[in-house]
Design a protein around this ligand. Structure first.
Ligand code: MN
Length: 496
């Protein structure tokens, strides 16, 4: 860990890493993982993954410390005084994601119905996107060591990984991580299908490897003739996505044409198209399979040119052509954005190495801008890092860890009506983060709200002042009219 950190971070930063390792080691002393290893191995591995992804120093420190608040005697204040606000903020975010998840005890109750909620929640608690990236590193290591868990737990964790964490990685365009997570999850969810598909792929790959090498040499020679600078390598399709594709192709592996794709990486965008032209001259393209993800990037920001061709020998090969920047972004996605600061990005635009980012990802640019500014001033402004996605919404937790989103400016009563109108109608007070608060308290993002009820409490007309949402207003109006009707009935003499 330290060896690697030394190549990547400044001397001062390495000292901080040593400090964090010290603190984590003492805090986790005596704790063991399911494998029997000292617990410290886990946060250490997570931090290594984050180094691998070339994350910033604060993320790495938070990775080392990510389980201390949850599992040891260390508290947030201590972390803040030892490592500063930003690291404490990140560890707090990671802890909150974990808590909210364990609040949803039974997987079947929150999947797939509220899967969306979970993703939203993760994005919300991780308004600093680095929280999610740390969480992904945490999950990746837990998946890599899943063999030590009992079978039932394996299946549950694998399914959650497939349904929540892999899509999250995809959302952040962290393609390599998505594939790693899917591959591990698939193996534990459907071990037989995994083994069968793998065997099928291996025998098929053995057959085509030689022919593919010939194709590769042919292309290399031609590109050299054209004086094009390039790098080329082959990528093998993941077992999981091959399995999915086989399902659509009646299990016929010979029809999976992109089992291996040849990847060509060049300097700039115009060279990408040049290479595409060369390929189409050399071989016969399937025109309907040419995909220009540069002019039209995928939703998650993925950019590349894809084409499938047939060689004279009859072999069908897929090629992917992209710039170094596109490649980096496709592999590391959001994590790459911490590596690419603003000036590098602008440079990349100027030399035409990347096309525009799709509009729905323009917030990446905002982030990068903030990151670049933060590093200039050596001061990090967490607020600037907040994502725009849920700008007008706040997320409120119940003591059990369930989560609701409410508009900014909502009151505890809004929350109570959201949970259940009966609960709200008997509300006698509110505990926010364990402390009593008045009805007029304005909820803050991340508050844990407990509604205190009493049998004798009733909805009151003044409550209108402490309600911001239409939903709660409507419920209260109904309750009040029911209430007054009841009162009227009691007051009127009964006819016999
Ligand atoms: Mn962990």
């Amino acid at each position: 860990m330290l060896q690697r950190a030394k190549q990547q971070y400044t001397n001062d930063e390495v000292l901080e890493i040593e400090h964090a390792l010290d603190v984590a080691e003492k805090a986790h002393k005596g704790q063991k993982r399911a494998s029997g290893e000292p617990y410290l191995m886990h946060p250490l591995a997570v931090a290594c993954i984050l180094c691998d992804w070339q994350m910033d120093i604060d993320s790495v420190l938070a990775g080392i410390l990510h389980d201390t608040i949850e599992d040891t005697d260390i508290n947030l204040e201590q972390l803040e005084s030892l490592f500063g606000r930003d690291v404490a903020f990140l560890v707090d975010g990671v802890t909150k994601v974990g808590k909210a998840r364990s609040g949803m005890r039974d997987l079947t109750t929150y999947l797939p119905g509220t899967k969306d909620n979970l993703s939203k929640l993760m994005i919300a608690v991780g308004q600093d996107v680095r929280v999610l990236i740390i969480k992904l590193a945490d999950r990746l290591h837990n998946m890599q060591t899943l063999e030590h868990m009992p079978r039932e737990k394996q299946k549950k964790i694998a399914r959650e990984t497939m349904e929540v964490f892999a899509p999250l990685a995809d959302r952040l365009n962290m393609g390599r991580v998505r594939v790693q997570l899917e591959e591990l999850a698939f193996r534990y969810m459907m071990p037989k299908d995994f083994a069968r598909t793998k065997t099928l792929m291996d025998s098929r790959l053995k057959k085509s490897q030689k022919k593919l090498a010939t194709v590769q040499r042919e292309v290399e020679a031609r590109l050299k003739d054209e004086k094009i600078e390039f790098e080329m390598d082959g990528r093998v399709k993941s077992v999981y996505s091959t399995f999915k594709k086989l399902d659509r192709l009646d299990g016929d592996i010979d029809r999976v044409h992109d089992l291996i794709a040849l990847r060509i990486i060049v300097d700039d965008l115009s060279t990408c198209y040049l290479v595409l032209g060369v390929l189409h001259e050399l071989f016969t393209p399937f025109y309907e399979r040419i995909k220009d993800y540069v002019a039209q990037p995928k939703q998650n920001g993925y950019q590349s040119l894809h084409t499938t061709v047939q060689t004279d020998a009859g072999q069908i090969v897929e090629f992917q052509v992209r710039t170094r920047e596109m490649h980096d972004y496709a592999e590391r996605g959001f994590a790459a954005s911490f590596h690419y600061n603003e000036s590098k990005l602008t440079e990349a635009y100027k030399k035409g190495a990347i096309a525009k980012l799709p509009a729905n990802l323009s917030w990446i640019l905002d982030l990068q801008e903030a990151a670049a500014k933060a590093s200039e001033h050596k001061k990090f402004d967490a607020k600037k890092f907040r994502m725009n996605l849920f700008k007008d919404r706040i997320f409120i937790y119940s003591p059990k860890g369930d989560i609701w989103d409410l508009p900014v400016g909502a009151y505890p009563l809004d929350f109570a009506y959201r949970v259940h109108s009966d609960v709200a109608s008997h509300a006698s007070g509110f505990k926010v983060n364990g402390v009593m608060k008045p009805f007029s308290y304005v909820l803050q993002h991340g508050d844990v709200v407990e509604v205190l009820t009493s049998k004798t409490a009733k909805p009151k007309a003044q409550w209108k002042e402490y309600i911001a949402t239409n939903h709660a207003k409507e419920k209260l109006r109904m309750q009040l009219s029911r209430e007054s009707r009841g009162m009227l009935e009691r007051l009127l003499p009964r006819r016999k």
